[in-house]
Design a protein around this ligand. Structure first.
Ligand SMILES: [Zn+2]
Length: 288
């Protein structure tokens, strides 16, 4: 009864919309007031373009991922498949454990989207944004969303994510990606504390650098521990020296909506040849 009750129902749709929209609007306001990095393009134009890309992704998710995960989470919940279902945890702990494991396996997926050529072809669209802001968090090519469906299905099945766990992770992930892609200048002392637990705007800014060593770092989504665990955390790159973007997308390429959508189909499939940078002063704390 316990399982069919609390854990069998997803987070209500109105709560998802309120949290997602509230976070997005709040961050758009904050990043205009206190930008972390200089804008290279009009935020209005960029935001509209990124929202159009996001609308296609949202449609792809509704058509491909949602029918699969809806069915799988219900089966996992009723048959008690997967790791967290087997542990016999109280509901709040089961959801927490599922969120942590889903977040960790998203770290692995994110690394794959950079290392596997066909996945990078589409993930590059996300990295080609020349500014980083809350709307970049939604700029994913719809094919990347479709390609991630088998991975999502495997996550649900292996971890044992029921309807509540999966939806709690989805809304937490949405809030987290809006936050860490935002161009919001948080007080450095606060961000130095936050980044020990969560992925933050300065950390993720380093991942969106055109420099190879820097892109190959800070892959985490909600919690930053996977980067600490795999020693892929980078704290030492000042935001002022970072050039945001993908080195394979130069100039005005990928600045119009048709370019963004069609580029992965017409550009050569290759992994990025990243730019390099000289040594930076090393320290153990996040730099400004
Ligand atoms: Zn990436």
């Amino acid at each position: 009864m316990r399982r069919a009750g609390v854990l069998g129902r997803p987070v209500p749709g109105w709560l998802n919309v309120a949290l997602g929209l509230g976070t997005f609007v709040g961050l758009l306001w904050f990043e205009r007031k206190r930008p972390l990095r200089r804008w290279t393009e009009s935020p209005r134009r960029r935001n509209l373009r990124n929202l159009a890309v996001a609308a296609l992704s949202a449609a792809a998710i509704q058509l491909t991922e949602r029918p699969v995960t809806q069915r799988l989470t219900a089966v996992v919940e009723s048959r008690r498949w997967g790791v967290v279902q087997r542990l016999g945890l109280p509901p709040w702990l089961e959801v927490t454990a599922a969120v942590v494991l889903l977040d960790y396996t998203l770290y692995v997926w994110h690394v794959l989207t950079h290392k596997v050529p066909v996945l990078w072809r589409f993930h590059e669209v996300h990295h080609a944004d020349r500014d980083l802001s809350a709307s970049t968090a939604l700029r994913f090519h719809f094919v990347e969303m479709v390609l991630s469906v088998p991975w999502r299905a495997a996550q649900v099945l292996c971890i044992g994510a029921g309807p509540l766990s999966l939806s709690a992770w989805q809304i937490t992930t949405l809030v987290a990606i809006l936050f860490h892609h935002s161009n919001a200048a948080l007080p450095l002392a606060l961000e130095r504390r936050l980044c020990r637990v969560f992925m933050t705007p300065r950390l993720h800014g380093i991942h969106h650098s055109t420099v190879e060593d820097e892109t190959n770092s800070n892959w985490s989504t909600i919690f930053s521990w996977p980067d600490y665990l795999h020693r892929t955390i980078r704290l030492d790159v000042p935001q002022q020296v970072i050039e945001i973007g993908a080195p394979t997308v130069q100039g005005d390429a990928a600045r119009t909506l048709p370019d963004v959508i069609t580029r992965p189909f017409i550009s050569a499939s290759r992994l990025p040849t990243m730019w390099t940078r000289g040594a930076l002063p090393s320290g153990r704390d996040l730099v400004a």
